[in-house]
Ligand binder design. Structure first.
Ligand SMILES: Nc1nc2c(c(=O)[nH]1)N[C@H]1C(S)=C(S)[C@@H](COP(=O)(O)O)O[C@H]1N2
Ligand SMILES: [Mo]
Length: 187
């Protein structure tokens, strides 16, 4: 597909990689890092860094779209597919939503069907290198088919939920759905 055809409405393409977040960048202590899987699941658990990075990983190359209108084409990410976390967590049948939690109380919500897409990762490498702290390293959510605020940086937990739980930006007026192709920016 041509780059023009890959540009969602109201977006422009950038060559650099802008950095956007609220709050301070947390420090990473590999020994103390934990990833918490909780909520409406049969197998709640906490993974250490070595347990997390031992899970099957996969690489995804795709475009990313920020609600502030920049799009970056052809970025390559590596991490644990969301499907692997579903296998571990065993969500209950009533669990229809997912909330990813990050540093400083940040969170973002998506329907489980969106998180279960095969390009969704808990990403810890970018362009073949450990994900930089400014971009959410050591690990961030990666949901390329939604505006990038849904991709929680410094991700430390994933919650499965029966009820939808609007996240940090969603309660501040950003769209709950956030599909760049439908230009769902605000609600
Ligand atoms: N923990 C956390 N994750 C976050 C944010 C944040 O403030 N805190 N900002 C979001 C927003 S609004 C965007 S656009 C992207 C930016 O990611 P980048 O800095 O790697 O470009 O991170 C998202 N994830
Ligand atoms: Mo953003």
């Amino acid at each position: 597909m041509s780059k023009d055809a890959r540009l969602p409405p109201g977006q422009y393409s950038v060559r650099d990689f802008p950095v956007l977040h609220v709050g301070a960048i947390p420090s990473f202590d590999q020994e103390r890092w934990r990833f918490r899987i909780f909520g409406a699941v049969d197998a709640p658990q906490e993974l250490s860094w070595s347990q997390f990075t031992a899970l099957p990983g996969k690489s995804v190359k795709t475009d990313i779209h920020c609600v502030t209108r920049w799009t970056k084409f052809g970025t390559t990410w590596f991490g644990v597919p969301f499907a692997e976390i579903i296998k571990l967590a065993k969500p209950q049948a009533a669990a229809k939503f997912v909330v990813t939690h990050g540093a400083n109380g940040y969170s973002a919500n998506v329907p489980l069907t969106v998180a279960a897409d095969d390009d969704v990762l808990f990403a810890y490498q970018y362009e073949g290198k450990p994900l930089e702290a400014i971009h959410g390293g050591p690990m961030r959510m990666f949901i390329p088919k939604r505006y990038f605020w849904k991709s929680t940086k410094w991700c430390n937990g994933v919650e499965f939920s029966v009820e939808d739980k609007p996240g940090f930006w969603e309660v501040r007026g950003y769209s709950n759905d956030a599909d760049p192709w439908k230009e769902e920016r605000y609600w």
